[in-house]
Design a protein around this ligand. Structure first.
Ligand code: GDP
Ligand code: MG
Length: 713
C-alpha cells in the first residue's frame, strides 16, 4: 500500500475476461502504456470502493508463470516484484480445470489473493456451478462468482475487493494436500536448503521457489544461482536424484502433481446442478421426512399457513369491507328519491350485501392459495404424501389417497377427480367419501367471517387450525370405519417420485394463485350472484307492513336514556334492531322455510336465519355469508348503525352457537357440485347419496355434541 492507495493485480488465463473486468472496474479511468523495453501493453486504472482509491493493473493473460514467453515473464515478474496488496485471479469457470493451473501457481506463492470465478453465467448455462465456500476452504482464499460484463456483478466484486484487500489471508500452500511422496519430500528438502541459504526477504518464498526450481523456471534458477551460489549445486543435485529415481523430468512431475492436486481438492467443488440439488434435497429430507419430526413439522407448517393468512389477510379484508360499505352508502345517497326503490334495495342489500360479503374474503383466499402453492411448488406437498403413507395405512388408506386429500384443501371437486389414480376401488370410494372433510377453500371465508366474531384475535389462528384438524380427524375416523365395514378390500400400492426441493418459482406460483383466485371471483360473479338475488327475493318478500312493536320509538327511548353509557346504549340499540330484523325476516318466504325447519336444528342452537343461510350454502358454501349479509342488510347503511356483518353476527349469537355452526359447515358436503362429481366419478347414486346424507348426519351429531359441550363451558 502506497500513500493510502491500494494496488491490485488482475491475473488470469487469456480470454478469462480480465480486460472486461478491468474495463468495468476502472470505468473510463484507464491508462494504457507499455512495459519498459517490451511492446506488451500495460494497462492500469483506478476506482474507488469502500472509501478507498484502488489502483488496478491488467496483467497479460498467461497459462503458467513459467516465464517462457514475454507475456509470462511480465506477469511473473509483476507478481514476484510484490508491490501490490492483492492479486485478483480471474478464472474462466467454464474452463475451470485448465484455469486452476495458474491459480495453483499463484497460491504456491502464498500471496494475498482472491479468486474471481468469471463467466459464471456460462457455467450456469451448462447446468453446473462451483461450490464457492468449498473452493474457498480448499484454497484458503476468498472466492467470488462474477460475470464480466454484468455491472452489478462487478460492483459486488469491487466491494469484495475493498473488504478483503487489507485483510486477505495468504493462500494455503497447495502442495500440503499432495500427500507424502517422493516429489513432495524433495520439494520440502530443497525448500529447507533454500530457506537456510537465502537472504531474509526470500526466506518466506522458499516453498514456491523450491517448486519453481524443480520446474526449471529460468528466473528462479537464476535467482538461486545469484543469491545463494553455495547451495545451487546441492539443490540441483536433489532435482537430479528425483529425475533419476522416477525416470521423468522434474518439470513434468511437478505439472502432473499440480493437476492431481487440482483434481483432488478443487474439482469436487465443480458440481452439476442436479447433483447439488440432490445433496440439498437429501439434507432437507433428513429433516422433513424424519421419522419423529416429520409429522409434527407437517402440522407446524399448516399452522404457520393459517397464522400467515390471518396476519396478512385481516387488514386487507378490512379495507375491502369499508370499500363496499362506502359503495353501498354512495349508491344509497345518490339514488333518486322515490324511483325504483326495490331496485335500489336489490342492488344494495342483495348484490353488494350478498356478493360483496363474500368478495371481501378475496385477500384471504388468495393468501391461502399462495401458501398452498408455495408448499406445492417447493416440492413439500409430495413429501407430505410420502410422510402420511405410513399413517394412512392404519386407517385403511395409503399415500396415494393423500394427494387427492391435500387437493381437497383447495376444492373437493378436482380432489375427487384425482382419486382416479387409486388402483383399489374400495380405497377409492373411501377416499372420495372423506374428501369433503378436508376443509375446502369455499368454507374458508365462512371461517374467516365467524371465527373472529366469536374468538379474541389471538385465538383465531389456533381455532382455525383446530377446525382443520377436526376435519382431518373426522376424515380418518370415517375412512377407518368405512374400510372395516362397507368398503373392505386391499390397499393401493403407493409409489411416489419425490421431486427435488427448489425455491418456488414466482411464475408457477402466481399462475396457480391467479387461477384459483379468479375461480373464486368468477364464482362470486355467477353462482353466488345468482343465489344472492334469489335469496334476496326470498328473504325480502313478503315484506312486513305492521310490526308488533314500535321499534323506532324503542330506539329513540334507548338513545335518550341518561342511565346508559355509550357502549351499553349501542348494545341496546343493536339488540332492538336485531329484534326488528328477525321479525321482518320471519315474515319472508325464506324466513318461513327456515322457521319450518328450525325445530330440527334447534338442538344445534340455530334460528331460522342460520337455517336459511345453511340452506343457501348447499349451492356453494360462500352463500352462507351472502345470505347472512342479505338478512342483516350488511353495508346498506339503512339500519342506522355502521357495524360490519361480523359485528352484527357477534351481537346476535353466542360463542357456543358459533362453534356449532363452524362444525356443521366443516362436516357437511361443501356444495352440490361435490355430490354431483362423486356421482359421475363413482357412477353410483348410492355412494353420492350416502356421501350427502352421511356427512349431514355426522355434521348434525358433531355440531350437537360441540354445542352442548360449549354451553357447559
Ligand atoms: P482477457 O483475455 O482475459 O482480457 O479476456 P477479455 O476480457 O478480452 O474477454 C474475453 C471474452 O470473454 C470477451 O468476448 C468478453 O466479452 C467475454 N467475457 C468476459 N467476461 C465474461 C463473462 O463473465 N461471461 C461471458 N459469457 N463472457 C465474458
Ligand atoms: Mg485482455
Amino acid at each position: 500500500m502506497k500513500d493510502g492507495h491500494l494496488r491490485i493485480l488482475l491475473a488470469g488465463n487469456p480470454n478469462s475476461g480480465k480486460t472486461t473486468i478491468f474495463n468495468e472496474l476502472s470505468g473510463m479511468r484507464a491508462k494504457v502504456g507499455n512495459y519498459a523495453g517490451v511492446t506488451v501493453e500495460r494497462k492500469t486504472g483506478s476506482f474507488s470502493a469502500g472509501g478507498r482509491e484502488i489502483e488496478v493493473e491488467d496483467l497479460p493473460g498467461v497459462y503458467t508463470l513459467s516465464a517462457s514467453s514475454a507475456e509470462e515473464k511480465i506477469a511473473a515478474d509483476a507478481i514476484s516484484a510484490g508491490d501490490f496488496d492483492l492479486i485478483v485471479n480471474v478464472v474462466d469457470s467454464s474452463n475451470f480445470e485448465r484455469n486452476l493451473f495458474l491459480t495453483m501457481q499463484l497460491a504456491e506463492m502464498k500471496m494475498p489473493m482472491i479468486v474471481a470465478l468469471n463467466m459464471s453465467d456460462e457455467l450456469e448455462k451448462e447446468g453446473k456451478f462451483i461450490d464457492t465456500p468449498a473452493l474457498s476452504a480448499a484454497l484458503g482464499v476468498p472466492v467470488i462468482k462474477t460475470t464480466g460484463f454484468d455491472r452489478r456483478s462487478i460492483a459486488e466484486l469491487k466491494n469484495f475487493i475493498a473488504k478483503n484487500a487489507l485483510s486477505c489471508p495468504a493462500a494455503h500452500f497447495p502442495w500440503k494436500s499432495a500427500g507424502d511422496n517422493i516429489l513432495t519430500r524433495k520439494i520440502a528438502e530443497i525448500s529447507r536448503v533454500l530457506s537456510d541459504a537465502l537472504p531474509a526477504p526470500f526466506k518466506s518464498y522458499s516453498d514456491w521457489m523450491a517448486v519453481r526450481f524443480l520446474e526449471k523456471d529460468p528466473s528462479v534458477t537464476a535467482s538461486v544461482r545469484e543469491r545463494a551460489p553455495h547451495i545451487y549445486g546441492a539443490a540441483r543435485g536433489r532435482a537430479a536424484e528425483l529425475e533419476a529415481q522416477t525416470d521423468e523430468t522434474s518439470e513434468s512431475l511437478v505439472a502432473a502433481a499440480r493437476y492431481r492436486i487440482i483434481d483432488n481438492i478443487c474439482m469436487p467443488c465443480l458440481r452439476t446442478r442436479s447433483r447439488a440439488r440432490a445433496d440439498f434435497t437429501k439434507t432437507l429430507d433428513a429433516v422433513f421426512l424424519n421419522r419423529f419430526a416429520g409429522i409434527p413439522i407437517f402440522f407446524a407448517l399448516m399452522y404457520g399457513v393459517f397464522e400467515f393468512v390471518f396476519a396478512l389477510g385481516e387488514p386487507l379484508m378490512g379495507l375491502l369491507e369499508s370499500l363496499f360499505a362506502h359503495a353501498a352508502d354512495a349508491i344509497s345517497a345518490s339514488w333518486p328519491e322515490g324511483s325504483f326503490p326495490l331496485a335500489k334495495k336489490l342492488l344494495v342489500e342483495g348484490v353488494i350485501g350478498g356478493v360483496g360479503g363474500v368478495f371481501v374474503f378475496l385477500p384471504n383466499v388468495a393468501l391461502l392459495f399462495l401458501a398452498l402453492s408455495i408448499l406445492e411448488d417447493s416440492g413439500y406437498m409430495a413429501r407430505a404424501a410420502f410422510l402420511c403413507d405410513r399413517v394412512m395405512r392404519r386407517f385403511g388408506l395409503s399415500g396415494s389417497s393423500v394427494i387427492p386429500m391435500l387437493l381437497g384443501f383447495g376444492c373437493s371437486v378436482p380432489a375427487i377427480m384425482a382419486t382416479r389414480s387409486l388402483k383399489s376401488r374400495f380405497e377409492r370410494i373411501a377416499t372420495i367419501m372423506v374428501i369433503p372433510l378436508f376443509s375446502c377453500g369455499a368454507r374458508f371465508p365462512v371461517y374467516m367471517l365467524l371465527i373472529p366474531a366469536f374468538f379474541a384475535q389471538k385465538y383465531c389462528g389456533p381455532v382455525m387450525f383446530a377446525i382443520y384438524i377436526i376435519g382431518i380427524a373426522a376424515a380418518m375416523l370415517l375412512a377407518k370405519v368405512l374400510r372395516e365395514t362397507v368398503v373392505k378390500g386391499e390397499d393401493s400400492s403407493f409409489l411416489i417420485e419425490l421431486p427435488p426441493y427448489r425455491l418456488p418459482r414466482a411464475k408457477t406460483v402466481s399462475i396457480e394463485v391467479w387461477g384459483r383466485t379468479s375461480g373464486f371471483i368468477k364464482k362470486a360473479g355467477t353462482v353466488i350472484l345468482a343465489m344472492s338475488i334469489i335469496l334476496w327475493m326470498l328473504s325480502t318478500f313478503p315484506e312486513k307492513e305492521n310490526f308488533s312493536r314500535d321499534y323506532a320509538a324503542e330506539i329513540a327511548k334507548a338513545e335518550a336514556n341518561p342511565a346508559l353509557g355509550a357502549a351499553a346504549k349501542a348494545e341496546k340499540v343493536s339488540e332492538i334492531e336485531n329484534a326488528k330484523l328477525s321479525e321482518a325476516f320471519d315474515n319472508t318466504a325464506m324466513g318461513r322455510i327456515g322457521s319450518a325447519l328450525e325445530p330440527v336444528f334447534r338442538p344445534l342452537g340455530y334460528d331460522n336465519k342460520i337455517v336459511s343461510a345453511l340452506l343457501g350454502s348447499l349451492a356453494a358454501k360462500e352463500v352462507f355469508i351472502s345470505q347472512l349479509g342479505i338478512i342483516y342488510g350488511s353495508g346498506s347503511g339503512t339500519s342506522g348503525s355502521d357495524m360490519t356483518l361480523r359485528e352484527k353476527i357477534a351481537a346476535d349469537y353466542d360463542t357456543a352457537q358459533g362453534i356449532s355452526i363452524l362444525i356443521f359447515i366443516l362436516l357437511t358436503a361443501p356444495c352440490v357440485a361435490t355430490i354431483a362429481t362423486t356421482y359421475t366419478e363413482t357412477k353410483s347414486l348410492k355412494v353420492a347419496c350416502a356421501q350427502f346424507f352421511g356427512l349431514a348426519l355426522i355434521a348434525y351429531c358433531a355440531a350437537f355434541v360441540f354445542y352442548r359441550i360449549a354451553l357447559l363451558a
